[in-house]
Design a protein around this ligand. Structure first.
Ligand code: NAP
Length: 247
């Protein structure tokens, strides 16, 4: 992707919360100017940290949409319907709408936006803020491969960005969105070693790490971790169902 393209894109975030801030921080560490990014929320209470990095805020989602090419929907899942209903009349074919709301499906997003809208569902996580995010996205039926490539290019400074099937997104939410576990994760990825091998390499017999691991095993860490990912995945599915049934 031509770096010049990114530099001229106008990017809007609906919602001024933690996730919007994390992605915005990641994006501006690339070549997008803060002046080309805007954020909207009903109150001004979360605008301070955006303003500190040169991003302006507005209380109008419509104003934000009209001045943006890429619109990130970063409100809580139960508010997505209301927010999309409000902006839908202002979405044109120049827009790409990217939702980060956990559990809200492409089907629901597309149903709430004008026909043929380029919609992308993205699941990021907070380490975007330190450019160490793990981001997975799925394109809606009208989002072209070029739209995906544009998003990927825009998010490249947020961390590892992959495109995958929608069925993976809830799992990614449970694993990476809810269970931020980088550090060891990066070593694992870069070394290509099996986790058990890596673990044994950091466990000097009788050393501090094996003592720590002993405590974790006593607490049933493996079973708890598996259950935690399962519960968070299930919750993501429940949130998606709620937003589908609430007409
Ligand atoms: N946090 C994470 O780690 C994470 C990871 C992956 C995905 N997500 C997804 O990201 C989304 C946002 O989560 P978050 O943690 O960033 O939430 P958050 O910190 O609670 O922020 C929510 C933001 O939405 C704003 N808002 C509320 N109603 C609005 C409306 N009608 N129009 C525009 N903005 C509105 C709030 O405004 P005020 O500032 O006025 O209160 C606030 O700025 C969620 O859907 C979540 O599933 C989060």
């Amino acid at each position: 992707m031509d770096p010049e393209t990114d530099a001229h894109l106008r990017i809007g975030f609906i919602g001024a919360g933690n996730m919007a801030f994390g992605i915005a921080k990641g994006i501006i560490s690339g070549n997008v100017l803060p002046a080309n990014i805007k954020v909207s929320a009903p109150s001004k209470r979360n605008f301070g940290r955006f303003q500190e990095i040169g991003i302006a805020g507005t209380n109008s989602n419509v104003e934000l949409v009209c001045g943006s090419d890429i619109v990130f929907v970063a409100v809580k899942p139960h508010l997505v319907r209301e927010v999309l209903n409000g902006i839908s009349p202002y979405i044109t074919d120049r827009h790409i709408v990217v939702s980060v709301a956990a559990g809200v499906t492409l089907e629901t997003l597309q149903e709430l936006l004008p026909e043929n809208t380029s919609v992308i569902r993205l699941m990021p996580n907070l380490p975007c803020i330190v450019q160490e995010g793990a981001l997975l996205f799925t394109r809606g039926s009208c989002a072209k491969p070029a739209d995906g490539a544009l998003l990927r290019s825009l998010l490249q400074h947020c961390g590892l960005v992959e495109e995958g099937p929608e069925a993976w997104l809830d799992i990614h939410t449970g694993l990476s969105g809810s269970g931020v576990a980088f550090g060891a994760g990066r070593v694992l990825r870069d070394s290509g070693k099996h986790p058990a091998q890596l673990r044994s390499e950091v466990c000097t017999p009788g050393g501090t790490t094996i003592y720590g691991l002993h405590t974790l095993e006593q607490g049933g860490v493996r079973a708890s971790t598996m259950s935690a990912v399962e519960s968070a995945t299930e919750r993501a599915r429940q949130l998606g169902q709620k937003s589908t049934t609430r007409k």
